[in-house]
Design a protein around this ligand. Sequence first.
Ligand code: ATP
Length: 591
Amino acid sequence: MQEERQPMGSESLGTLLRSWRDGTFSEIWADWKWIWGYTKRYRRAVWFYTILGVASSTLGLVSAVASKYSIDIITGYDSDRLWFVITVMVASALVGLLLSSVTSRISTKISLRVNNDIQAEVFDRLLGADWKSLNDFASGDLLSRLSTDAGAVSSSAIRWLPDLVVSVYTFIATLAVILHYDWIMALLALASAPFLLLTSRRLIRGMRTHQQEVRQVGSRLMSYETETLHNLDAIKGFGITGRYGAGLRQRQEEFRRASLDYNLFSIRTEILMSVLGSAVQMAAFGYCLYLLWSGKILYGTMTLFLSQGTKLSSAFNALVRTVPSFLSASVSARRIRDLFALEPEPVLPDDGLDRQASRGFTVAAEGVSYGYAPRQLVLTRADFRAAPGETVALVGPSGGGKTTTIRLLLGLVRPQEGRAYLQAADGRQVEMNAGLRRYFSYVPQGNTLLSGTIADNLRMVKPDADDRQLREALEAACAWDFVSAMDGGLNASVGEHGHGLSEGQAQRIAIARALLRDAPVLLLDEATSALDVTTERTILRNLAARYPHKTCIVTTHRPTVISLCRRVYQVSGGRMELLDNDRAQRLAMDF
Ligand SMILES: Nc1ncnc2c1ncn2[C@@H]1O[C@H](COP(=O)(O)OP(=O)(O)OP(=O)(O)O)[C@@H](O)[C@H]1O
């Protein structure tokens, strides 16, 4: 069968388009579509910025033409129009200066605003993102995207299009001025264009690959620094700071190598452009001398050609230079889009549930199965129930699935089978979701205090709490004695992660914070693990006596806690088992 032949011209155009439409370019296209959509709200400012740029470029041209006339006037001894021409020259230069200063000020203002907006929006997305998808990112990587990538997008998003428009305009206007005086000269100025068109695809792809590599290695470096600083005590404790110093240097070396590779690629590209530009300029200069020698142009026109030739090549360079910033913005946009694409936590409607809050809530799971990885279930068809006024324990070996159960009850992760729900006193049931967390007070494992005063840490969950309420919560958590003895009392400062407090003191403040929130459900995940037995018992008794209607769920390895609980669930080997009284007592004795 004979293939249908396309006309020659459209076939080569088709091949060209196909070769441009490979993965790289469709990615760049998608990234820029996103940037374009994102910056819609700043469009008016961008146009204003563009108009200022075009005006300042026009004034530059006016000044150049005026200087041509002034030279022609002087060399021709025609002094009548000299003052007019000089006035135009000086005025256009001054107004041009003013415009470029205003443009710089405006662009800085807009790009700062865009940067803040992107950072704030990404930050909000991170806070509202689904727990599991957020867990795929290292904190250093997130920080790098928040700072470096947001900065690259914000500066390019605002400047790139105006810069492109101004460069294209300057290029065309300058070319038009030259064309007005001599078309061969204009043609010479364009001599490098076909070569650039042919090489552009390779250059663009190379540049994008290098930029992606530099960003990824930069992110890895930042993740390493963040994690090391986060775990400094452990690293020092093992006496392995030297190894971590070496680790940093190794990652720095990777970053240095990636950056230098990119730099080499840029230098090669620059050399290529400069050689090309110089060849074109020399040809133009030679042709200019020929025109002057043959008496076809005057000195003024020659000055105009030379100055505009330089301007043309710098406009052309500016045009070429928009490519790396265009690509850099697209690489950063992709990394930010990854964060925008994070699945948000679902919030389900729970009309009128607030009216039931004073009567407490039952927390329940029925036939729940869950695993972090496919075919590796941590829980299989688990049942669980904790009613208002009950303290229920989750026990089991380390890695058994206690914290995972808490995550399911908080709606941080969702069951792959079965359901976890909150049941109000009127019998209404609402599946666990982010919206229900207002009914929970949660004390997670580990130190969760933030830098600031003790009062700041407590008011984090109830900003309008007065000092009396803070004191009551601290008393219930057996923390008031040591807080009142601290210099500054409630206003004593603590560092990041409760630096300046003992582990047990930090735990007691975290419990006080949960109590201050006064939510119907209290979740304590190993929240008393660092306390002595007497203090632990006192706190649990305080809870039962002062908050008799709360639903309280604790995960623990301690017998002290088990003996105070209404029910005990053992989570182990993927199963959740409700222990009868005897087994619970035996378990408490076995510890
Ligand atoms: N973020 C996570 N991603 C993947 N797997 C996880 C994650 N968190 C926990 N797991 C896995 O789930 C299982 C249960 O962990 P979980 O933290 O629920 O145990 P636990 O009973 O609370 O342990 P511990 O008493 O040591 O706190 C473990 O095998 C663990 O490896």
